[in-house]
Ligand binder design. Structure first.
Ligand code: PRP
Ligand code: MN
Ligand code: MG
Length: 179
């Protein structure tokens, strides 16, 4: 285990099983459709690449990068588009893939943006959710795991850009983000 990790919250096997389950549900949702599956970079990149392999339906992938945290542990509340989509969402079924919904501000911003761009339907699949931290009122259609209000990293989630490459979700030691 990485030395900066206090404990493993969700291990590799548990992640794999959940992704198979989510993939099955999304296969039913998008059977006979051709959704635009949007990966919210950078956090969702590992989840996205594993998830799409478990969706047995035709789909198209696109990528968007937004950032509200920077290197801080607190959301700035200001969502910034770092990289926009290549595809038009006009008239499309859209699935937003996120690693975590924390305050919900990122997701609320994205949903509003895609609505304004005239998406036909917008669904959300997030690997993790921290319900007790929601500020924005957001509905997540597919959730992998509800997690407690601890500093989680790994499997795409970072602290100051580190730990995204861990194959599990772990809790970061306090001493790492307190100094
Ligand atoms: C993180 C995470 C979500 C968002 C959730 O992204 O990946 O996208 O914050 O927080 P919220 O619900 O409070 O808005 P971040 O802005 O850190 O960018 P990153 O994905 O590149 O790490
Ligand atoms: Mn993110
Ligand atoms: Mg981040």
């Amino acid at each position: 285990m990485n030395k900066d990790i206090k404990k493993i919250l969700i291990g590799e096997e548990e992640l794999k099983e959940k992704i198979v389950e989510l993939g099955k549900a999304l296969t039913i949702e998008y059977k006979d459709k051709f959704p635009l599956v949007i990966c919210v970079l950078k956090g969702a990149v590992l989840f996205m690449s594993d998830l799409v392999q478990k969706i047995d339906a035709s789909l198209e992938m696109d990528f968007m990068a937004v950032s509200s945290y920077g290197d801080s542990t607190k959301t700035s509340g200001q969502v910034r588009i770092v990289k926009d989509l290549e595809k038009s969402v006009d008239g499309r079924e859209v699935l937003i893939v996120e690693d975590i919904v924390d305050s919900g501000l990122t997701l609320a911003y994205l949903i509003k943006l895609l609505q304004e761009r005239n998406a036909k339907s917008i669904k959300v699949c997030s690997l993790l959710e921290k319900p007790e931290r929601h500020i924005a009122d957001v509905k997540i259609d597919y959730v992998g795991f509800v997690v407690p209000d601890e500093f989680v990293v790994g499997y795409g989630l970072d602290y100051a850009e580190r730990y995204r490459n861990l194959p599990y979700i772990g809790v970061l030691k306090e001493e790492i983000y307190n100094d």
